[in-house]
Design a protein around this ligand. Structure first.
Ligand code: NI
Length: 404
């Protein structure tokens, strides 16, 4: 059997360019929030069925596709998230959201289209594929606890067991179609903080008869700053931010309580747990010193996303073959969170960025912005990259020459 080359994949992907634009625009015009992706998953399932990919429903509104190759081999998974955001679109595009207040502002419309494009390419070359490619059309990336844990709990990584998983995300304000990789921890864990400080209200002119929760809250805000500045290795990354304070209503009354909210980001589990303890100690200590009561809730979000070095190196070298070294870049770690992290806790794999375009290419705003859009020239590139990575992984796996 003739070996397929990177060029074969790009050429095959280009054939589907207009189809992928049509799919992306259909999804874009009909955005659906987390666990409401009924039409999006029906569309995805329809395309996969048409290609002869086995499909089944998973994780409420998700679809699991399974493409069985011509010969025996390993199993690799490609993941796309499908949900939109509660944002009112202001792009003015002809295919803009038809649902007020709901928008694909994180590129999940493009992720879905590109994964379906990969399925189109791989089903064309099915006979040459040694093994199985699974398509994880995942719901609810944007809403805690995330669709990924549900996919895993319902067996997406089993029968046959997934040996590696790959996924991608659009990256705004970066040349369209460039691919960015990072080996190691690339994205942060994200936990939410909810604190209520209870004191005793009273006349502001006789503070000694009251118990002022505002002063206590202020001390807590300052105290929490020390977790990153004093309890984190300066070479590491972390964030503790209080983002909301609410208490009192006028000039001459000390209120009963103050409510605070915030976020905490970490790049490793050890420090994450340690910082949780420090938050509790600081809130507890400051409240004790002031005689105030408190309630503290740390709501755990997604874990940090750690790309496996060997899989990252593997996909990275494939990207160089596909689009040339000058189009491939080393990504920077960032403090955003992504539920793809859960898959990477279970199986090797990597998550890469695909440039969504510069302002000159039409991408004028960042993710989760009401004016976010992508350069649609990236669609065949992302589809080819997913398909090429899956094929290459299985091919090399089967031959056993470079098992990663
Ligand atoms: Ni996203």
């Amino acid at each position: 059997m003739n070996k397929l080359t990177a060029t074969d994949f790009l050429q095959r992907a280009q054939k589907y360019h207009s189809r992928l634009i049509e799919i992306r625009r259909t999804i874009h015009a009909n955005p659906e929030l987390a666990y409401e992706e009924h039409e999006t998953s029906a569309l995805a399932r329809g395309v996969l069925d048409e290609l002869g990919v086995e499909t089944k429903s998973i994780a409420k509104t998700g679809v699991l596709g399974k493409l069985v190759g011509g010969t025996d081999g390993g199993c690799v998974a490609l993941r796309a998230d499908m949900d939109a955001l509660p944002i009112h679109e202001e792009t003015g595009l002809p295919f803009a959201s038809q649902k007020p207040g709901v928008m694909h502002a994180c590129g999940h419309d493009a992720h879905t289209a590109m994964a379906l494009g990969a399925a189109m390419i791989l089903s064309e070359i099915r006979e040459s594929i040694p093994g199985t490619v699974k398509f994880f059309m995942q719901p609810s990336e944007e809403l805690l606890p995330g669709g990924a844990p549900a996919m895993i709990a319902e067996g997406a990584l089993e029968s046959p067991p997934v040996e590696a998983i790959f996924g991608q995300h659009v990256l705004p304000l970066r040349e369209a179609g460039q691919l960015g990789f990072f080996s190691g921890t690339m994205m942060a864990s994200a936990d939410e903080l909810y604190i209520t400080i209870t004191g005793k209200s009273g006349h502001a002119a006789i503070p000694h008869t009251a118990l002022d929760p505002i002063v206590t809250a202020a001390e807590i805000v300052v105290g929490l700053q020390k977790i990153v500045s004093r309890n984190l290795d300066p070479f590491d990354r972390g964030v503790v931010s209080i983002t909301m304070i609410e208490g009192g209503h006028t000039t001459n009354v000390i209120p009963d309580d103050v409510k605070m909210k915030g976020t905490m980001r970490a790049m490793n589990e050890e420090w994450r747990e340690y910082a949780h303890r420090r938050i509790e100690e600081i809130v507890d200590g400051v409240c004790k010193a002031n005689g105030a009561e408190y309630e503290l809730e740390i709501r755990k979000g997604y874990p940090a996303l750690s790309n496996h070095p060997a899989s990252t190196e593997f996909a990275w070298s494939g990207a160089r073959e596909l689009i040339g070294s000058n189009q491939v870049f080393q990504a920077e770690p960032m403090m955003g969170a992504e539920d793809f992290a859960y898959y990477l806790q279970k199986v090797p794999g990597t998550f890469w960025w695909i440039g969504a375009g510069t302002p000159e290419q039409g991408c004028v705003a960042g993710l989760h912005n009401s004016r976010f859009t992508i350069d649609e020239n990236i669609l065949p590139v992302g589809a080819a990259m997913l398909a090429w990575t899956a094929y290459r992984y299985l091919d090399i796996w089967l031959r056993g020459t470079d098992k990663k």
